[in-house]
Design a protein. Structure first.
Length: 342
């Protein structure tokens, strides 16, 4: 069920809100609404499909939010929840995301990325939380999306499972050559729209963190990659350099080498996965707005493949005839026609 099929007035009455309106949707199964109840600004998180999986995800969001707040990272406080109907009301942290603050020049980019990086430094040092493993989860598994969607579209043919497994084996080999990576809390979607600017606060409390229900226990560079290698925003090279240095400031030289190596490997995996995802969203859901970012991701991939760490991957792409040059006449109808014919 999408938000335009939800009876806002009935929903407003059900939760006892004085005001309620829908917020723009993302790619998740959740619906969000902003409103007022008993004079307090609220955010309603609603799963239109009230099934066991979505109830579990809602409870996980609440659990992780409590942990974040206990470790000095501001997340929305729970006001009330209805497990049966799969919704919850939360404190409204405001409508100025870091993305909005950047685009409207409310904050200069250096200050913005510094604050967000400081949040990750706090999370790096926080007490442990039991979470699903990154290695066993869909983020790591979805490395294959590059083949399943981007390469399928690029070559005009569905790629067989043998090719996918060969591709994953190359990645496994690259990872196996690296020293073990430090593990910890991974937000999993730490980009500018998931950090809310709170100008009246101080320190990391100026950052309100949201959309963390898919958090994992995994490689610590991942969230910094997500922040600095965002598919939707080009980050200046000097800011990337400064933020990586800031995050690594208290590490030994050896620890920094390991972190930076994993950062480069995870960045290439991230770009490939998102390339596949954006083609998938156009092919299967008609979400063509993401296609504007494809060329940026292709540029990221070409830059990544110049790193000696990724030489085996570069050779594999060359062997399979896969490149990351701009795609002429890239649009949703063409993508959908390709996949429909496969």
């Amino acid at each position: 069920m999408s938000s335009d099929k939800i009876d806002i007035y009935a929903l407003k009455f059900q939760i006892g809100a004085d005001e309620l309106y829908a917020l723009p949707r993302d790619v998740s199964p959740r619906e969000y609404f902003r409103g007022v109840k008993d004079g307090q600004k609220i955010i309603l998180m609603l799963y239109p499909q009230a099934n066991d999986a979505n109830r579990a995800e809602l409870l996980e969001f609440i659990r992780i939010g409590k942990w974040l707040n206990s470790n000095g990272i501001k997340s929305p406080e729970l006001i009330e929840k209805n497990n049966e109907k799969c919704f919850a009301l939360f404190e409204d942290l405001g409508d100025v995301s870091f993305g909005k603050a950047l685009h409207q020049n409310i904050l200069n980019p250096n200050d913005l990325y510094t604050m967000a990086t400081d949040v990750l430094c706090v999370l790096r040092d926080a007490k442990p939380l039991t979470l699903p493993s990154y290695r066993d989860g869909r983020v790591h598994e979805n490395r294959r999306q590059l083949i399943d969607y981007y390469v399928t579209f690029l070559l005009g043919a569905r790629q067989d499972e043998a090719m996918v497994q060969d591709f994953l084996a190359v990645w496994d080999g690259i990872e196996a050559e690296l020293p073990p990576c430090s593990q910890g809390f991974v937000h999993g979607d730490f980009h500018l729209e998931n950090v809310i600017y709170r100008p009246d606060e101080r320190g990391v409390n100026r950052c309100g963190v949201i959309d963390f229900q898919d958090a994992l226990y995994g490689p610590l560079p991942y969230d910094l990659v997500n922040l600095l290698e965002d598919a939707r925003v080009s980050v200046a090279h000097d800011i990337k350099v400064d933020m990586i240095a800031r995050y690594c400031a208290n590490m030994s030289a050896g620890e920094q080498r390991v972190f930076r190596s994993w950062y480069r490997v995870l960045a290439a995996q991230f770009h490939g996965r998102v390339l596949g995802l954006f083609i998938k969203l156009a092919a299967e859901q008609g979400r063509d707005s993401y296609l504007i970012h494809i060329e940026r991701l292709q540029n990221y991939m070409m830059e990544s493949l110049n790193d000696p760490l990724l030489a085996p991957l570069k050779a594999w792409f060359k062997k399979e005839g896969v490149d990351f040059a701009p795609i002429k006449d890239l649009h949703g109808d063409r993508i959908r026609a390709c996949f429909k014919g496969l």
